[in-house]
Design a protein around this ligand. Structure first.
Ligand code: C2E
Ligand code: CA
Ligand code: CA
Ligand code: CA
Length: 276
């Protein structure tokens, strides 16, 4: 049933999750979309709020289904995870991003770091590191232009193995960021052992900046104590930018600067700004 006054995304969500037959159909369509033009990557800028410079971008999967239109990642990523499609899907995303980053780097369009979201399944694949290494070679991607984002909750599973893979990534020169940070209850001692470079403060804390800036402040000082850099996500207003600046957090991602953009629009956005 539709909730009165619910937004479009909620209605979309419910109409799909209530219909098992439709989900099954979608699974087949998703399987077919992988490797095709339907499955795309959008890029959302990460900005240094002091200079306005774009220091990097996050790669976000997009599925433009012929009949259904844009299917939100909040729908198809869980579907992919449940149906075992997440590994081929993310392989496709990693491939697409490496190809794009190599091209941007060679022609000087964009030389910031691009982060890719990965699931536990992908990280646990024996071929994962080899796959990334070979794509970096094929597409001439310097390691410092790649980052992987893994959610805090995910990293806490299979801790030892995951940490070893993260360490190897960093040996290659690829950086690692903990996504949705602050929602997974990691302890300080646990984080201390983890081979990561930065924390991505979950959007829920950005939303609390006005009413409860102490929470964000605690997360910032935690990052500082651990020697990790921090980026705030879901930043939509100038007030939030100001709050974050006061707290010393200058790396910002959110609609305030830009929505995720397709590669052509991202290039257009880049050309209007300076890059580090
Ligand atoms: P996420 O990794 O936390 O990505 C940030 C999400 O917040 C993105 O939603 C982005 O479009 C959205 N966002 C960015 N700025 C703002 C803002 O100012 N306000 C608000 N309200 N939202 C903002 P998106 O693209 O719909 O992706 C949703 C989630 O789907 C991602 O959350 C990520 O967990 C997952 N996802 C997307 N692509 C991939 C992928 O290739 N692999 C995996 N494993 N997950 C992915
Ligand atoms: Ca992310
Ligand atoms: Ca996030
Ligand atoms: Ca999230």
């Amino acid at each position: 049933a539709k909730e009165a006054g619910g937004n479009q995304l909620v209605e979309f969500d419910q109409s799909y999750s209530e219909d098992a037959g439709m989900l099954l159909g979608m699974e087949t369509e998703l399987r077919n979309a992988i490797g095709e033009k339907e499955l795309m990557v959008y890029y959302q800028p990460k900005v240094d709020s002091r200079t306005g410079r774009i220091e990097g971008a996050e790669a976000l999967a997009r599925w433009d289904n012929k009949e259904r239109g844009m299917v939100p990642p909040g729908i198809f990523i869980p579907l992919a995870e449940e149906s075992g499609l997440i590994v081929p899907l993310e392989q496709h995303i990693i491939y697409t991003v490496c190809e794009q980053v190599g091209e941007w780097n060679r022609n000087g369009t964009f030389t910031g770091r691009v982060s890719i979201n990965i699931s536990l399944n992908t990280l646990l694949q024996e071929e994962f590191l080899g796959y990334v290494t070979s794509l970096m070679k094929t597409f001439e991607v310097p390691a410092e232009l790649l980052e992987f984002e893994i959610t805090e909750r995910l990293v806490m599973k299979q801790e030892e193995y995951v940490n070893r893979v993260l360490q190897k990534l960093r040996t290659l020169g690829v950086t690692v960021s903990i996504d949705d940070f602050g929602t997974g209850y990691s302890s300080l001692s646990y984080l201390h052992k983890l081979h990561v470079d930065s924390l991505k403060m979950d959007r829920s804390f950005t939303l609390q900046l006005e009413t409860d800036p102490g929470v964000a402040a605690a997360i910032m000082s935690m990052a500082e104590n651990l020697g990790l850099s921090i980026i705030a996500e879901g930043v939509e207003t100038i007030e939030q930018v100001h709050h974050l600046q006061k707290l010393g957090c200058h790396s910002i991602q959110g609609y305030y600067y830009s929505r995720p953009l397709n590669p052509v629009d991202f290039e257009g956005y880049m050309s209007t700004r300076e890059v580090i």
